[in-house]
Write a protein that binds this ligand. Structure first.
Ligand code: NAD
Ligand code: MG
Length: 410
């Protein structure tokens, strides 16, 4: 007979020092009787992780970087804390799979989150999925791992969490998929704010700075996803993410620009009904929803005041302003390793833009060159996905160098 654990639910927070990680800990701190932190992880940020260890006293803290882990261990010992400090990817996987952990917040940014997220799936955990890149790269592998190991998959991305909430009760991303049409769904309406450059004169896009790109009008987020929101690659990655989570195809997903970010996405049914989830733009809502599901709990987010919002606008996306969105549809339709190639090229291009090596408008050019130059494989093994990721990174890096040298890609 299975032993049902009692007491607070153990949680591992992967990417604890990031924007989603901090919001997750804010929600957990409101419910000490319900959750306890088993492990916290970060890349290199010793100071922030040290403060988080002081506040939450986890059993484990993991830094990707070994030198940073050594520093953290010394500081924790000096402060009299018993947290065990580890480093490296194997340790990230280990803390995602610990027996005392029942929920894993997957909030590492980019491809670096793939292996730890997979480890949580293989260990049958409830995965709170923020790390959309993991699903974009290896959707089939991650979904199979979830299904074969009785794991749960709850979307944290606000749009996908909204879609999940707007689907019929009892819908599970982890069950063997049914066609959405069989549930009466006609289309998914994926909302997008349009980012900081939605209305900027197109000629000026060439000279925007990383600081401007990271100043999102509605959400406060990490740098990578902020740039992705400015190019709308974020929405493109979300189209692919939605295909995996909700067993559908890109053509069934309509992106809708909604500058206020109050409607977080919608599901359109064949009887004419459109169900939406709304709320203030604050990630603590989807985080609290996914952690407590199927119950509800307080998240710290203020109630939506519709009189203050007053107006909700919707418009079609402009694919010429946002070529990254079209590139993502193309990669999603191609399938196989197509999305992994798109994602890898994007990660390289975005980092190069943040490092001021290329212009904002070079980002889509570098991704499309890399896609044209790559051969798409079926991508059914982790080895194939990682090989496609590595090859695309190499090609994109070469395009960055030639762009930086010539000042132009054309
Ligand atoms: P962030 O940059 O603020 O934080 C990233 C976290 O990952 C940090 O804790 C960092 O230390 C860790 N990390 C980075 N590189 C790592 C590596 N190589 N190895 C181990 N850890 C590493 O990012 P964020 O905004 O919190 O986003 C996290 C994920 O959630 C992304 O995939 C993003 O697309 C997704 N997401 C974020 C938001 C948001 O509002 N911020 C919304 C939806 C989805
Ligand atoms: Mg989102």
């Amino acid at each position: 007979m299975a032993v049902i654990p009692t007491g607070p639910i153990g949680v591992t927070v992967l990417g604890a020092t990031g924007s989603i990680g901090v919001s997750t800990l804010d929600v957990i701190a409101r419910h000490p009787e319900r959750y306890r932190v088993v492990a916290l992880t970060a890349n290199t940020q010793v100071d922030r992780l040290f403060e988080q260890c002081r506040a939450f006293a986890p059993e484990y803290a993991v830094l990707a970087d070994a030198t940073a882990a050594e520093q953290l261990q010394q500081r924790l010992r000096a402060a009299g804390l018993e947290t065990t400090v580890l480093s490296g990817v194997d340790s990230l996987e280990m803390v995602a799979a610990l027996e005392q952990t029942r929920q894993v917040m997957a909030a590492i940014v980019g491809a670096a989150g793939l292996r730890p997220t997979l480890a949580a799936a293989y260990a049958g955990k409830r995965i709170l999925l923020a790390n959309k890149e993991a699903l974009v790269m290896s959707g089939k592998i991650l979904m199979d791992a979830v299904r074969e190991n009785d794991a749960e998959l709850l979307p944290i991305d606000s749009e996908h969490n909204a879609i999940f909430q707007s689907l019929p009760g009892g819908y599970s991303c982890a069950q063997v998929p049914r066609e959405l049409q069989a549930l009466g769904v006609q289309k998914i309406l994926l909302t997008a704010s349009g980012g900081p450059f939605r209305t900027m004169d197109k000629a000026r896009l060439e000279s925007v700075t990383p600081e401007q790109a990271c100043a999102h009008p509605n959400w406060s987020m990490g740098q990578k996803i902020s740039v992705d929101s400015a190019t709308m690659m974020n929405k493109g990655l979300e189209v692919i993410e939605a295909c995996w989570l909700f067993n559908t195809k890109p053509e069934q997903i309509q992106v809708v620009i909604h500058p206020q970010s109050i409607v977080h996405s919608m599901v359109s049914y064949n009887d004419g009904s459109v169900l939406a989830q709304m709320g203030n733009p604050d990630m603590r809502t989807p985080i609290a929803h996914a952690m407590a599901w199927p119950e509800r709990m307080v998240s710290g987010v203020a109630a939506l005041n519709l009189f203050e919002v007053a107006q909700l606008d919707f418009e079609r996306p402009d694919m010429t302003r946002f070529p990254c969105l079209q590139l993502a549809y193309t990669a999603g339709e191609a399938g196989g390793t197509g999305p992994a190639i798109l994602n890898a090229a994007n990660e390289i291009a975005v980092q190069s833009f943040l490092d001021k090596k290329i212009r904002f408008t070079d980002i889509p050019n570098i991704i499309s060159r890399t896609m044209e130059q790559s051969t798409i494989e079926n991508g059914e093994t982790l080895g194939a996905v990682l090989a496609a990721d590595a090859a695309a990174r190499e090609m994109a890096t070469a395009w960055v160098l030639s762009t930086a040298a010539s000042g132009d890609l054309k």
